[in-house]
Design a protein around this ligand. Structure first.
Ligand SMILES: [Zn+2]
Length: 416
C-alpha cells in the first residue's frame, strides 16, 4: 500500500535534486546515500513498501492508496544517532548533581555502572535498553548505534551485544571501554582477553569494534591491537578519540580506516588534516561537554577545513544521559556555531555516514522510509525552540505514528 504525505511545509531530503519522476526506483540518487543539505518547501512524499518512492512539489505528486495531510509541518529524515551506550543497569544522578555542585569528579563512577550491570539479570538490562530505545524513537531517532562496555567479562560483554542486537543492527563491541578492577594489575592481560576470547564471543552479535583510546583508558598500541583484532574478526572500526586531551586516537582511526572518530574535543592541526579527505567521520557529542561542563569541540574548524561531521548523543548513565538528538542539534547550533542546516545534516546524513549507511539519513528515492514530522514549519525550530518536544510523528520503515497514534495509510488507529 502506497502512502502520500502531502502539504509538507518543508521537506528536508539531503538530496540535491528531489526526484520528481515516479517509477524510477532503482535509478534514484538515493541509492548512493545522502548528498548535501537540501530541502523543498510546499512538498509531498510518497512511501511504497517501506521505501521513499517519490519526493517533489506537492501539486505534482502522484496518486497513492492513502494520503496524510502534514498541515504545513516540516518532515525530515529520521535522526541517526551513531553513538550510544544503552546496555547498562543503575543510574548516577547523584554523581551528576555533585559534579554540578562543584565537587571534583570521583573516578570509579563507571565502575559503579559496571558492578550494577554485572549484577543485573538479562530481563532488567533488556527493559532498560528497550525503554531508552523507545525514548529515542519518540524524539525522532529512527536509527541508532548501541555499544557494550559495561560488562567487561566475556559473559557480560557477550550478553550485552546480544541484547543490543535485539533492538538495532548497529551493534558495537566495546570490551575496550576501561580496564576492569580485577585486571588493574594486569592491563595487558585484559587487552589479550578483549582481542581473544571476548572478541570471539561477541563478534557474531556485532557489526563494529570500538576502543576508548585515551590516557587512563587504552594507549595507541593497545587501541591498535584491539581494532586490528576486531577487523580480522570481520568487524568494522570506530574509535573514542581525543575526548579528554590531545592524543593519538584520531590519527589511529584514520590510519586504520575507521568509520568514525568520536568526541574530537582536543584536536591539533595534524588531526584535522588527517580527517579531511579521509573516510573517517568526526562525530561530535556536545551533550557530553554540556553534562561535564567541558569545553566544546571546535566544530567550525572541522567544517571549514572540509571534514565530515556527525552529531550523536553518547547517551550513557555517566557523562551524558540524554537520548535527545533535538537537544544535541540545539547545542551544536548555539554552542558550536553550526548553522541549523549543518546541524540537521550532521544529525541525519552525518550519522548515516558515520555508520556507513546509504539507506538512511536522507529521503532520496529508494531510501528507507524513516521520517520525522515536526510540530513546526521548519527544521530550524529544533534549535529555535530548544527543550520543546517538537516531534509530531514519525515513520519507521514506512510505518507511521502521528500524535501517538498509529497511522496505517491515512487512517488513524489507536495504539502504537
Ligand atoms: Zn561513548
Amino acid at each position: 500500500m502506497s502512502v502520500l504525505i502531502t502539504n509538507i511545509g518543508e521537506l528536508v531530503t539531503n538530496q540535491p535534486e528531489p526526484d520528481a519522476r515516479a517509477g524510477r526506483e532503482g535509478s534514484g540518487s538515493g541509492r548512493d546515500g545522502a548528498g548535501p543539505f537540501a530541502a523543498v518547501t510546499g512538498a509531498a512524499l510518497v512511501i511504497d513498501e517501506g521505501r521513499v518512492a517519490w519526493t517533489g512539489p506537492a501539486p505534482r505528486a502522484p496518486a497513492a492508496d492513502q494520503a496524510v495531510d502534514a498541515g504545513g509541518r516540516a518532515v525530515l529524515p529520521g535522526f541517526v544517532d551513531s553513538h550510544a551506550h544503552l546496555v547498562f543497569a543503575g543510574e548516577r544522578g547523584a554523581e551528576f548533581a555533585a559534579r554540578m555542585a562543584g565537587q571534583p569528579y570521583r573516578a570509579g563512577g563507571i565502575r559503579s555502572t559496571v558492578a550494577a550491570t554485572r549484577d543485573a539479570d538479562d530481563d532488567a538490562l533488556r527493559a532498560n535498553l528497550r525503554g531508552l530505545a523507545a525514548e529515542m524513537l519518540t524524539q525522532g531517532t529512527t536509527t541508532f548505534e548501541c555499544k557494550s562496555g559495561y560488562g567487561l567479562t566475556v559473559r557480560d560483554e557477550e550478553r550485552s551485544v546480544a541484547l543490543a542486537a535485539e533492538v538495532t543492527p548497529e551493534v558495537t563491541y566495546l570490551g575496550a571501554h576501561v580496564v576492569p578492577p580485577e585486571f588493574e594489575a594486569d592491563p595487558d592481560g585484559y587487552v589479550d582477553l578483549v582481542c581473544g576470547t571476548m572478541l570471539e564471543a561477541c563478534a557474531p552479535h556485532a557489526r563494529w569494534v570500538d576502543v576508548f583510546c585515551e590516557r587512563g583508558a587504552f594507549g595507541r598500541d593497545e587501541a591498535q591491537m584491539v581494532l586490528v583484532a576486531g577487523l580480522a574478526a570481520g568487524l568494522d572500526a570506530r574509535v573514542h578519540a581525543n575526548q579528554l586531551g590531545p592524543g593519538p586516537g584520531v590519527q589511529l582511526a584514520v590510519q586504520i580506516g575507521a568509520a568514525s572518530a568520536d568526541h574530537c574535543t582536543y584536536l591539533d592541526g595534524a588531526d584535522v588534516d588527517a580527517l579531511v579527505g579521509s573516510g573517517t567521520v568526526a562525530t561530535l557529542l556536545p551533550g557530553v561537554e554540556f553534562s561535564t561542563r567541558q569545553p566544546y569541540p571546535d566544530a567550525r574548524r572541522l567544517l571549514d577545513a572540509g571534514a565530515t561531521v556527525a552529531l550523536a548523543t553518547d547517551c550513557n548513565p555517566g557523562s551524558c544521559f540524554t537520548s535527545s538528538m533535538p537537544f544535541c542539534i540545539a547545542l551544536a547550533v548555539r554552542e558550536m556555531h553550526l548553522t541549523t542546516q549543518e546541524a540537521v545534516w550532521a544529525a541525519t546524513a552525518g550519522g548515516a555516514r558515520a555508520l556507513r549507511r546509504t539507506d538512511v539519513g536522507h529521503l532520496g528515492v529508494g531510501a528507507r522510509a524513516d521520517l520525522v514530522m515536526l510540530e513546526a514549519p521548519s527544521h530550524s525550530y529544533l534549535a529555535y525552540r530548544p527543550g520543546v518536544p517538537l516531534v509530531a510523528g514519525f515513520w519507521l520503515n514506512g510505518q507511521g505514528v502521528v500524535g501517538g497514534q498509529k497511522v496505517v495509510g491515512g487512517e488513524m488507529m489507536v495504539g502504537g
